[in-house]
Design a protein around this ligand. Structure first.
Ligand SMILES: NC(=O)C1=CN([C@@H]2O[C@H](COP(=O)(O)OP(=O)(O)OC[C@H]3O[C@@H](n4cnc5c(N)ncnc54)[C@H](OP(=O)(O)O)[C@@H]3O)[C@@H](O)[C@H]2O)C=CC1
Ligand SMILES: CC(C)CCC[C@@H](C)[C@H]1CC[C@H]2[C@@H]3C(=O)C=C4C[C@@H](O)CC[C@]4(C)[C@H]3CC[C@]12C
Length: 275
């Protein structure tokens, strides 16, 4: 019964919806913008590099977006985070979906003790997500909208060489899982979907980790579509690729030492030289 009663995703669900996608100049965010455009949504995309955003907007219009706009700047600046939501209100008079996806640059290596890097990364990867959510909640309440938070296996289990990044992703789980409970208690019709992603073949990821991974990452196009679907269906969490993410999570609380050693064995750690 549970299986058959589940609602299916249809692209028409996103037609005319007003969506913000952050970090959409490259990678998974860029692919989400293209999927949304094909579905006939209104999109407002963000990142730091204006030239790349311009190209993505042009493609979105070509693909059939109801409208496509961009805003550029660094998400270290909480004023920008708030301005993006203000711009959506100005353009469309409301908002249906907030997709929080951007991340700041981080290294893949032994923790180097740089606390300032961690502080900056917390601002970009975590605090700006909270700031955007605070600004967007009133309009999302009006529309019965959704918040999608893009996270990672490294935001649920301990993975070596990503200590600062991992900290910011664990923070997202704590904050947004707590907020989700409060929205439910108060009968507020805004969904929160935490998207737990494994290794995805984006340019940044391939550059950063191809030397330690034994297999190539999953396709970014399919990943982007699964994220949109999970938000439209108001799921609590998404696991993509399903088995590669879900199985470690099931092992996590029952055999943590086993998962730790399995993870270390799965990475070519000898290729990581202390920098
Ligand atoms: N790829 C992977 O293997 C995995 C990715 N994820 C998650 O998926 C999401 C997307 O990752 P992916 O597509 O690989 O990332 P990319 O590096 O391809 O894209 C990152 C985006 O964020 C923007 N960005 C970078 N720095 C800032 C900043 N300071 N302020 C605002 N925007 C910024 C970039 O544009 P610009 O440089 O122009 O600002 C770009 O648009 C992230 O949340 C990541 O944690 C999770 C698990 C695995
Ligand atoms: C059970 C285990 C075998 C699973 C191991 C999976 C590990 C190796 C996977 C899961 C999540 C992945 C990281 C991620 O989330 C995002 C980024 C940011 C990007 O800019 C650069 C790559 C990086 C650091 C990925 C590196 C590889 C990670 C740690």
């Amino acid at each position: 019964f549970c299986f058959y009663s589940k609602e299916d995703f249809k692209p028409e669900m996103m037609k005319g919806k007003r969506v913000i996608v952050t970090g959409a100049s490259t990678g998974i965010g860029e692919q989400m913008a293209y999927h949304l455009a094909r579905m006939g949504a209104h999109v407002l995309i963000t990142a730091r590099t204006e030239a790349k955003l311009q190209k993505v907007v042009t493609w979105c219009l070509e693909l059939g977006a109801a409208s496509a706009h961009y805003m550029y700047g660094s998400m270290e600046d909480m004023a920008l985070a708030e301005d993006v939501v203000k711009e959506a209100k100005r353009l469309w008079g409301g908002l249906d979906m907030l997709i929080l996806n951007h991340i700041g640059y981080t290294y893949f290596n032994y923790f180097d003790g740089d606390v300032e890097h961690l502080r900056k990364l917390l601002e970009i990867n975590f605090l700006s997500y909270v700031a955007m959510t605070v600004s967007a909640l009133p309009v999302l309440k009006e529309s019965g909208g959704s918040i999608l938070v893009v996270s990672s296996t490294a935001g649920k289990v301990g993975i070596p060489f990503v200590a600062p990044y991992s900290a910011t992703k664990f923070a997202l789980d704590g904050f947004f899982s707590s907020l989700r409970q409060e929205l439910i208690i108060e009968n507020i019709n805004v969904s929160i979907t935490l998207c737990i992603l494994g290794h995805i073949a984006t340019e940044t990821a391939e550059k950063t980790v191809s030397h330690v991974m034994q297999k190539p990452g999953a396709p970014k196009e399919e990943c982007a579509l699964e994220i949109i679907k999970s938000g439209a269906l108001r799921k609590r969490e998404l696991y993509y690729p399903y088995a590669a993410v879900r199985i470690p999570l099931l092992i996590r609380d029952w055999a943590p030492e086993f998962l730790d050693s399995f993870t270390r064995n799965r990475l070519n750690v000898e290729n990581v030289k202390r920098s």
